[in-house]
Design a protein around this ligand. Structure first.
Ligand code: NOJ
Length: 670
């Protein structure tokens, strides 16, 4: 991957020495709108604060660590400040846009404790036009070798108590909860991202970037004056209580705050990617994006089983049908779950029994992959581990070597067990290390990974673009079997501004048979048109057409799924109100066509789509898939109108969205 470096200027100068009195440094974003100040307070504790256009948007917020053998949070003096600035544009092999501008100014604050072992700690702050990132650096030093983090004291202190969209950590596994809005101060402990609607012109998201060999970041409100809110880092612990085991020199992940004037600005931010390391995969030519079907929804609907038996889904004959379907509709992959030994008992508790190389007798792995390749399709491997990460690690090389030899390119992984290896949480340092090992091993065998039950994404796809997608959200499967009736209609209008800001989401859209079979009230609370809209609104470089293939027979709407790309040159949210509605436009990579997806919550609404993003000198044939007469989620989800008309950059299209409805538009340049 090429990195185009436009300007790289590094200037280092010492602001002051604390002994000579200067205790704080300051740096502005390249456009001057954000100003970050960092320093130490009277007890020698580090802090930072952030202003935007003269308004304080992060109050002085404390920083520091408690280590196993003592505090690293106070008694500091400042050794010096330095600054640097970067302006470069790098290219993504796949993504929501091709070129990403990385433009920031950096402030480094070097600290030393005055007493005891006189430990050193450095804080690095980067200020972009769209927010900030900062991290702890533990330099190599005689007073710090192996160490244990027992608490990270990072605070985010806000001068307002904004409406925040969050997911609680208690009672939520695998991040599969609903994102709900309430004042930040009233929240229990929540995971990140945390998305705040402060007012009409200020939206902020707190999260982390480059989660490497560390514990996942949760946040917990702490006492704050009325009308304000302060949250503090709460790292996910090991089962033994420690948070992070480390050895100096060491760096923490970046703590990030995206700042935007509207929801579209949040979605446009590439700060998280920019705070990850450049690509480590030298030759990325083997990476692909695509669409897939799968022997999958049938299991979730109880029509088939993962385990052997009369309803076994992963049979040779059934898989051939899926391969034929994929070939006929120009989809590149077929996911098959339940193909390997290990599913017959209670696999959620007995993950050690999974083999990742041994197919069931009624599944001809090698023959099927040969058959698929002959038709221009590839199998997608499925590795459910039941959380038995150790068992999986032992088989990683042999399994991935097998898949590589067969020409398989994508593996979907899964960890259905609240604890990895019966002990450790997914987003603990243990889990973070495990997932990294899987991604790195997969890269060695030229495999792409779709990680279900992951640690929350943190932009690692920049460094490892073979990490193509993941779950970490209440996906479509909840619309099959969830006892609470499935995902509420607003859910898909929240995800683009919360979970998907963290990274691509394998939501698995495309359910065309919208009815409850496992529970009568559990089914997608959408219209058919909204299922199509998800292919544009919900970003993923690999998108599933998730329904059983019979349900696509004779459906003109399937043409949209066939044609919608999954790799983009440009992406833009045209209008949105978080949790209410969202309209997204994306331009295909390597072509001139645009796609637009729009969706609403449980309310019907009328929107006007302006096509002013189109090439002003061109005309486009718009193929419009929209809710038909009387369509409504729950009562009448199927009516859809498909029409065509010519549009140009001046066109304004009024469009009606039914309750729980949506639309999808293909714009073909003439
Ligand atoms: C949960 C995953 O999210 C789902 O996609 C998969 O089918 C099951 N685990 C079984 O692995």
């Amino acid at each position: 991957m090429k990195i185009f470096r436009l300007v790289l200027a590094i200037s280092v100068f010492v602001f002051s020495l604390s002994t000579s009195g200067k205790r704080q440094g300051r740096v502005a974003s390249p456009d001057g709108a954000l100003i970050l100040t960092a320093g130490i307070n009277k007890s020698g504790q580090p802090y930072y604060q952030l202003q935007r256009g003269g308004r304080m948007i992060v109050n002085p917020s404390l920083l520091g660590m408690k280590l196993g053998d003592g505090p690293l949070d106070s008694d500091f003096s400042v050794l010096g400040f330095s600054t640097a600035s970067v302006d470069e544009t790098w290219q993504q092999p796949w993504g929501e846009e091709a070129g990403v501008r990385n433009n920031y100014r950096e402030l480094t604050m070097r600290l030393r404790q005055r007493h005891g072992r006189q430990r050193l700690l450095t804080l690095v702050f980067r200020v972009f036009n769209d927010g900030i990132g900062f991290r702890y650096v533990f330099p190599k030093q005689s007073g710090l070798g192996d160490f244990v983090i027992m608490d990270e004291e990072t605070q985010f202190a806000f001068p307002f108590d904004a409406k925040a969209w969050t997911m609680p950590t208690q009672g939520t596994v695998y991040y599969e909860g609903l994102w709900k809005a309430a004042p930040l101060s009233t929240k229990p402990e929540v995971s990140t991202p945390v998305t705040m609607e402060v007012d009409d012109s200020l939206y902020m998201v707190v999260h982390e970037a480059n989660l490497t060999d560390y514990a996942g970041l949760n946040l917990r409100p702490v006492a704050a004056p009325k009308g304000t809110a302060v949250v503090k880092a709460q790292l996910v612990p090991w089962s033994t209580g420690e948070l992070v085991f480390a050895k100096a020199p060491f760096v923490s992940p970046w703590r990030t705050v995206i700042v935007a004037k509207d929801p579209a600005g949040l979605a446009a931010s590439r700060l998280m990617l920019n705070l990850n390391e450049p690509c480590r995969i030298k030759d990325t030519s083997w990476l692909e994006t695509g669409k897939y079907v799968g022997v999958w929804w049938g299991m979730h609907m109880n029509d088939m089983t993962w385990a052997q038996g009369p309803k076994h889904g992963a049979t040779t004959a059934n898989t051939r049908r899926y391969i034929d379907f994929a070939a006929a509709h120009r989809l590149s992959g077929v996911l098959v779950e339940g193909w390997n030994y290990g599913w017959d008992g209670d696999w959620t508790k007995e993950g050690d029994k999974f083999s990742f190389t041994k197919p069931y007798p009624d599944y001809d792995l090698e023959g099927l992959q040969r058959y698929a390749l002959s038709k221009g399709v590839r199998l997608i491997a499925h590795n459910e581990t039941g959380g038995a990460a150790g068992n999986y690690e032992q088989q990683l090389d042999s399994a991935f070597a097998l898949y590589h030899r067969l020409g398989i390119k994508v593996v979907k992984t899964g960890y259905v067990n609240a604890k990895l290896d019966g002990r450790e949480l997914q987003h603990s340092q243990y889990g973070v290390r495990h997932y990294r090992k899987v991604i790195e091993t997969a890269a060695k065998y030229r495999l792409m990974v779709i990680n279900h039950e992951p640690a929350m994404p943190s932009g690692l796809q920049r460094t490892y673009p073979n990490l193509v997608s993941g779950e970490g959200a209440r996906g479509q499967e909840y619309n099959a079997w969830s006892e609470d009736g499935g995902n509420p209609a607003y859910h898909l209008c929240v995800l683009p501004f919360t979970r998907i800001l963290a990274g691509p989401l394998d939501f698995t859209p495309g359910i065309f048979r919208i009815e409850g079979r496992v529970h009568p009230q559990t089914y997608p609370h959408t219209t058919l048109a909204k299922q199509l809209a998800a292919y544009v609104v919900i970003y993923a470089p690999w998108q599933m057409a998730a329904d059983e293939i019979e349900n696509y027979a004779g459906q003109p709407a399937f043409t949209f799924i066939e044609q919608v790309p999954t790799n983009w040159q440009q992406s833009r949210v045209l209008m949105a109100k978080i949790g209410r509605y969202v309209v997204t436009a994306r331009k295909e990579r390597g072509g001139e066509n645009w796609y637009v997806g729009g969706m609403t919550d449980e309310e019907a609404r009328d929107l006007e789509v302006k096509f002013d993003f189109l090439d002003p000198d061109a005309r486009y044939m718009a193929v419009i898939y929209r809710d038909g007469p009387d369509a409504a989620m729950d009562t009448n989800p199927y009516p859809m109108t498909i029409d065509r008309r010519m549009v140009d950059a001046k066109t304004v299209l009024p469009i009606h969205l039914a309750k729980g409805g949506g639309f999808a538009i293909q714009l073909v340049k003439q």
